[in-house]
Design a binder for this molecule. Structure first.
Ligand SMILES: NC(=O)c1ccc[n+]([C@@H]2O[C@H](COP(=O)([O-])OP(=O)(O)OC[C@H]3O[C@@H](n4cnc5c(N)ncnc54)[C@H](OP(=O)(O)O)[C@@H]3O)[C@@H](O)[C@H]2O)c1
Length: 257
């Protein structure tokens, strides 16, 4: 995820000075935060949630006095991050701006969806700049109420994986009707790609687009009777799916690292 953001920002903001630290990426400027002596206006933590504990305090020490720490880690709350980044500091006077962002991997091709929430130490100008950064790799929105971040993570953060699986499952279903595997995969992938594009560009909403292609008594209607069954269809399954992701995010926020 970090690479997707880095590549997008480099492409869209060539004048921006970006320093990349990654232990095993041979293209990184540094392999250990301990080797960096510069001070930064923004530090973006794009490590796994269980690595945040190691990284946050050291990244915090490399921020300018009014710099902002940005975390994209699932589940880690502003409170978690404040505690981690102040693990070595003495108190309130050292508080810095912290922003929690949930991006998603389509950012790699400029079609990401990112949602962010900030603590009270982030200024309006800093928020504008952070918004500009994330808008350069897709759509971006601020939310005020952090309690919704686990739901955002469940929907747009983890969502690409659901769609990838939908492609796999649709292709498998095509194969079960006798289609060749390669053809079935192409049909599934391109149908989702084309439909997502259409939904993004059309003036009608998704429900209307669905109705437009559902003739009474036709094949699509027969299919949707199964898919839209209120007990066994996709909607109750997706509710359970998102709840599982949201609950896991909540658990991750409760553990200190
Ligand atoms: N994947 C997604 O779709 C997605 C979406 C939204 C948010 N996120 C969040 O993004 C974060 C990263 O997830 P990911 O899937 O991109 O994981 P990932 O591919 O494992 O990326 C984590 C990166 O952090 C590096 N790293 C580990 N320790 C480090 C250290 N001490 N200093 C600097 N870099 C270090 C890792 O390097 P090595 O692997 O070389 O050790 C790796 O390049 C997670 O917190 C996740 O919740 C992910």
């Amino acid at each position: 995820m970090g690479s997707a953001l880095y590549e997008g920002w480099k492409r869209h903001h060539p004048a921006l000075k970006i320093t990349l630290c990654d232990p095993h990426n041979s293209g990184a400027h540094y392999h250990d935060l301990g080797d960096i002596h510069e001070q930064f206006d923004l530090c973006v933590l794009a490590v796994k949630p269980d690595q945040i504990h190691d990284v946050a305090a050291r990244a915090h020490a490399r921020l300018n006095p009014h710099g902002v720490l940005i975390s994209i880690a699932a589940g880690k709350t502003l409170k978690n991050l404040e505690a981690l980044s102040h693990a070595t500091s003495t108190g309130q006077s050292d508080m810095r701006g912290i922003v929690r962002v949930m991006p998603n991997t389509p950012a790699a091709i400029g079609h990401g969806m990112s949602v962010a929430v900030a603590n009270d130490y982030v200024t309006g100008a800093q928020k504008d700049f952070i918004g500009t950064l994330f808008q350069s790799v897709g759509r971006f929105a601020w939310i005020e109420d952090e309690t919704f971040m686990d739901a955002v993570t469940a929907l747009s953060g983890s969502g690409p994986a659901y769609l990838f699986y939908f492609i796999e499952a649709l292709a498998e279903a095509g194969e079960s009707l006798g289609l060749d595997r390669a053809l079935s995969l192409t049909l599934a992938r391109e149908t989702i790609f084309g439909s997502a594009h259409l939904a993004a560009q059309a003036s009608e909403d998704a429900a209307q687009l669905r109705k437009n292609v559902t003739s009474p008594g036709g094949t699509t209607e027969a299919a949707l009777k199964v898919l839209m069954d209120e007990n066994t269809g996709l909607a109750p399954l997706l509710r359970q799916t998102l709840e599982a992701a949201r609950n896991r995010g909540r658990e991750m926020g409760k553990t200190p690292s």
